[in-house]
Structure formats: structure tokens, C-alpha cells
Design a protein. Structure first.
Length: 92
């Protein structure tokens, strides 16, 4: 993922436009529900999807465990960011 993104940034640097170089440790929007304990389904042809954990009574949201940013996929994203920073020495 990192090599591809750096290659893309270098290619885009040749084009004079308003492109802002950035690295994206993107693995889908299910990262946030996974921090609350939702199971994540993966597919070949689309983004991952989080299984619901609240059914019926919306007030059940108040009984959810407190999210830990290092639980589930959100922790993976944070670790990828640390890896990106280390490998690029923070220069992108």
C-alpha cells in the first residue's frame, strides 16, 4: 500500500495542478463500528461492511462498551499511520 501511494504521489508531482500529496491508510468506513465491537464482513467487489449490534431499541446505544481506538480495524489504521510516518520520516 505504501509503495503504491508513494509511486502515485511521484507521478502526480509531474503534473502542475492543485493535487495535495498525502498518504491514506484507508481500509474502509467499518473502522469506527469495529472499535465498538461490530464484526466486519469483507467482500471481493465492495467496501467492508459492519454487522449491526443494536436491534430494536435505539436506547441500547447507551449500553455499548466504551470504544478503544486500538480495538478492531481502527487500531490497524493507527498502526499503519505510524508505519507510514516511520518509513517516510514524516516527509509526506
Amino acid at each position: 500500500m505504501l509503495d503504491y501511494q508513494i509511486s502515485y504521489i511521484k507521478q502526480r508531482a509531474e503534473i502542475r495542478d492543485d493535487f495535495l500529496p498525502a498518504l491514506w491508510p484507508y481500509i474502509g468506513t467499518a473502522i469506527f463500528p469495529s472499535a465498538f465491537g461490530c464484526k466486519v464482513k469483507y467482500f471481493q467487489d465492495r467496501e467492508p461492511w459492519a454487522e449491526p449490534i443494536i436491534f430494536g431499541d435505539p436506547k441500547a446505544v447507551y449500553k455499548l462498551k466504551k470504544a478503544d481506538v486500538y480495538d478492531g480495524l481502527l487500531g490497524d489504521v493507527l498502526n499503519m499511520e505510524k508505519f507510514f510516518i516511520k518509513e517516510t520520516k514524516g516527509r509526506i
